[in-house]
Design a protein around this ligand. Structure first.
Ligand code: NAP
Length: 281
């Protein structure tokens, strides 16, 4: 394997120790930062994500509130809970774990979160601020990817960046952040013709589709930085990304593993956003 590994656990550890110092400073002033996490239903994957987020808060001294509701919770009741948290002065960040049950309109719920507590950065106001180059909160996963590039001093300005995946929570904000950092950005989606034609031109390749092995070694430019956001299960049930890791690592210059890559960075950037919200408050 020739690629250098960007270790998301190691980088997270460094960033989280800085977060812990900032949380302690706020707490000394009587303003302990607080995050509320709402989970509706019992999706096993969501329960794991939420548990990890709460545990990460505890580790760095962020006060956390976890509200778990049955999948039958009505949209009106969920909106009422969000509204109550909007007015709770101990809470600086509110996160509603997605996906929500089908009878709840997730757009409506996200828009109900006060924009200055929207630590996921999904509210339309925050999407608009990001789009116009004045971000209040950067969505956690793309923000984590940018921190990974920063950690290796990668010269993003002028680089060709290709983002595979165009969701509101990963692909689109990722493309915006790369564009604002000076990259020339291509966004690919499920209708893209000849994906490899685009990916082979990428100095920076971010892959976020949820499709295992969508990127194979012949699709990677030699020496490229490959950042794998995907979270899938292989045939043995083991966590894996969207990138065919072993062969791609033979071609890439830098690569993120799954697990231990972008995943821990997403939680770290949630902590950073919560601290930033509390400091602004
Ligand atoms: P999503 O909402 O399902 O979006 C997937 C995107 O991939 C869509 O834009 C889709 O295109 C595109 N796509 C699907 N097949 C494609 C193909 N063959 N070629 C090119 N593009 C294709 O998923 P998401 O929420 O962005 O998440 C993507 C993956 O990242 C999932 O595995 C998820 O679990 C993972 N994830 C990980 C983290 C983390 O912390 N590591 C955080 C969030 C998400 P269309 O727009 O045309 O449908």
């Amino acid at each position: 394997m020739s690629a250098n590994i960007i270790d998301g656990n190691l980088l997270s550890k460094k960033l989280r120790s800085h977060v812990a110092e900032r949380a302690a400073a706020l707490t000394r002033q009587g303003h302990q930062p607080g995050l509320a996490v709402i989970l509706v239903g019992d999706s096993p994957a969501s329960q794991v994500y939420v548990r990890n987020k709460i545990k990460a808060c505890e580790d760095v001294g962020i006060h956390s509130v976890f509200e778990k509701y049955d999948a039958t919770l009505s949209e009106a009741d969920l909106l009422a809970r969000v509204e109550a948290l909007n007015h709770d002065t101990r809470i600086h960040g509110i996160l509603v774990q997605l996906p929500l049950p089908a009878h709840i309109d997730s757009h409506k719920v996200i828009e109900a979160i006060a924009a200055d507590k929207d630590v996921d950065g999904f509210h339309v106001n925050n999407a608009g601020l990001l789009m116009t180059g004045q971000p209040l909160f950067r969505p956690c996963t793309p923000y984590g990817v940018m921190k990974m590039l920063e950690s290796i001093d990668y010269p993003v300005r002028g680089a060709n960046a290709v983002v595979v995946g165009a969701s509101n929570i990963v692909g689109k904000p990722q493309a915006m952040l790369l564009l604002q950092a000076g990259a020339t950005v291509t966004i690919c989606n499920s209708k893209t013709r000849d994906l490899g034609h685009h990916t082979r031109n990428a100095d920076i390749l971010v892959v976020a589709t949820g499709k295992r092995n969508i990127v194979t070694a012949d699709m990677v430019k030699p020496g490229a930085v490959v950042l794998d956001v995907g979270m899938n299960r292989d045939d043995a049930g083991k966590l894996c990304g969207d990138v065919d890791y072993g062969p791609c690592a033979e071609v890439a210059g830098w690569i993120t593993p799954v697990p231990g890559g972008v995943g821990p960075m997403t939680i770290t950037m949630l902590l950073v956003n919560t601290i930033e919200a509390a400091e602004r408050n």
